[in-house]
Ligand binder design. Structure first.
Ligand SMILES: CC(C)(COP(=O)(O)OP(=O)(O)OC[C@H]1O[C@@H](n2cnc3c(N)ncnc32)[C@H](O)[C@@H]1OP(=O)(O)O)[C@@H](O)C(=O)NCCC(=O)NCCS
Length: 155
């Protein structure tokens, strides 16, 4: 069964394991990564039969009146890529966030993403979902420029 749900404190061990297996085998950094995803930002988890296969981490940009949210990080475990997991995460995120905003009397207007300029896979992924490249920030990342992508939500 495939499910998407909000990450809570109870998911800390799942996120630590994902970091160690998929990103870097460093326990201290793995703990910090899980702490960031749970305490600092808001995170959605995608699970296939209880196994964590992807995450979408996000935050609000500015006040509710601005109607802007940022996808801070999006990742799918290597063995689950090209199976529509990230697309389902982003679609679910936009649907649920739009609903939350409108129920509280605000329109969700813009989704914003910062990514590395050389990330061709992310470029293909986000353009496929109707996002547009807006700007480049030179040397934003340690080894690359940053690019800003947006998608405007029509009401
Ligand atoms: C980018 C990433 C999240 C995509 O996850 P995914 O679950 O494999 O993506 P999906 O299966 O939902 O792909 C949807 C569409 O995006 C495009 N796409 C995704 N991966 C692609 C690739 N490697 N090459 C070309 N197009 C790709 C395709 O159009 C795809 O549709 P299709 O499979 O029907 O052709 C994943 O590759 C990843 O975790 N990369 C490392 C982290 C990263 O770069 N994150 C994004 C920066 S914030």
């Amino acid at each position: 069964m495939f499910e998407i749900r909000v990450a809570t404190e109870l998911d800390r061990a799942l996120l630590v394991k994902m970091y160690l297996e998929e990103i870097n085998n460093d326990s201290e950094r793995a703990e910090r990564f899980a702490q960031d995803f749970i305490e600092h930002f808001k995170t959605l988890l995608a699970l296939q039969d209880g196994q964590l296969c992807g995450t979408l981490t996000w935050d609000r940009r500015g006040g509710f009146d601005d109607g802007v949210v940022e996808i801070v990080a999006l990742g799918v475990n290597k063995s689950f890529r090209r199976q529509g997991v990230a697309k389902r995460l982003v679609t679910y995120f936009i649907q649920e966030t739009s609903k939350f905003y409108s129920e509280n009397g605000y329109p969700l207007r813009v989704i914003i993403i910062f990514m590395e300029g050389e990330n061709e896979v992310a470029r293909k992924f986000y353009s496929n979902l109707g996002f547009t490249e807006e700007a480049r920030i030179l040397k934003l990342y340690p080894h690359d420029d940053g690019v800003i992508w947006t998608r405007h939500i029509n009401h």
